[in-house]
Ligand binder design. Structure first.
Ligand code: BV8
Ligand code: ZN
Length: 262
């Protein structure tokens, strides 16, 4: 068995006893699927722009085609990508705890593709587009003619169905995420730089209540002390090891000894 890094025993204990675990993921959770994070320099054509410049209503108003093509490029990356062991470990975690709330800032849909039942996609999804006027939502669309494609209902331009900087998050999704941060027994913050609000406040809400908060990231600044834990490493390695350390070899089974014949 690969030697699992030593995890703090009280964190493992809190996980095993938890009735409700909340998880927030960021771009670092998809990094091992080959999806560039926001902090990394973007490759090629997109090296000239920063996401904060392109992921805004003003950028789309100024140059709809450029913004639409940036998202088409990212959609291509996601289509070519597979969920990584971090996504799969979080999908397995659903079967190990009574209640799991998975909250993601990512728009790549990889948690659902890994089998997570109901990821809260706080910032929307690349897989959908919506009309900028009548707000009709599309899961598929014709890419004929000059991009962006147009709404079949009102003829205006489609835009990616994501939350841009300066736009408010869907109230119901944010409400569920805040409720999970306020009610969970353990909070895992995975692969996020914690710079973008209001998502960045979620781990803080849990920590302020004294709930154990574990940060899974190769870079964790400072010297965190319980109930804040630094699990320094890549999510695709740390999360499977954490499940093995807490629940044993077969992370796909519920707590307790594996049932026969399963
Ligand atoms: C809003 C979708 C109300 C689009 C995104 C205070 C309160 C409220 C708002 C604000 C505020 N202060 C500032 C604001 C405005 C703004 C904001 O937060 N700006 C920042 C830049 C300061 N917030 C908003 O506009 C939000 N709206 O609050 O509405 C309002 C309205 C008007 C005016 C005021 C308030 C909307 C924010 C949503 C924006 N949309 N995405 C798209 O994807 O194109 S944000 C986007 O960037 C992501 O979704 C994500 O949230 C963020 C990137 O962050 P991360 O995911 O953390 O990724 P990052 O690259 O930064 O870090 C990766 C991490 O992974 C690193 O730490 C790295 O070390 C680690 N890592 C790398 N490899 C691995 C790894 N970890 C583990 N394993 C690995 N292998
Ligand atoms: Zn329309």
């Amino acid at each position: 068995m690969a030697d699992t890094p030593a995890f703090p025993p009280d964190l493992l204990d809190a996980l095993r006893r938890a009735r409700h675990v909340a998880v927030l993921t960021g771009a670092g959770g998809s990094a091992e699927s080959g999806i560039p994070t926001f902090r990394e320099a973007q490759t090629g054509l997109w090296a000239r722009f920063s996401p904060e410049e392109l992921a805004t209503p003003a950028a789309f108003a100024r140059d709809p085609r450029l913004v639409w093509e940036w998202y088409a490029w990212r959609r291509g990356l996601v289509r070519a990508a597979e969920p990584n062991p971090a996504h799969r470990a979080l999908a397995a975690l659903e079967g190990l705890v009574p209640r799991l709330t998975l909250i993601t800032q990512n728009v790549d849909g990889l948690h659902a593709r890994a089998g997570s039942a109901d990821p809260i996609e706080l910032h929307g999804s690349l897989a959908r587009a919506r009309c900028r006027s009548c707000h009709a939502v599309y899961a598929e669309w014709e890419e004929a003619g000059e991009p962006p494609p147009r709404c079949s209902r009102c003829g205006d331009l489609l835009r990616p169905d994501v939350v841009w900087f300066g736009e408010t998050l869907p109230r119901d999704l944010l409400g569920r995420a805040v409720e999970a941060a306020l009610g969970c027994d353990v909070f895992l913050s995975v692969g996020t730089s914690g710079l973008v609000e209001p998502a960045a406040s979620l781990p803080r809400l849990a920590l302020e209540r004294g709930a154990p908060v574990a940060v899974v990231n190769p870079e964790v600044p400072g010297r965190p002390a319980p109930p804040l834990y630094a699990l320094r490493g890549r999510a695709g390695e740390v999360l499977p090891a954490l499940l093995r350390a807490a629940w044993g070899e077969a992370p796909g089974r519920g707590p307790g000894p594996p049932m026969r014949g399963q």
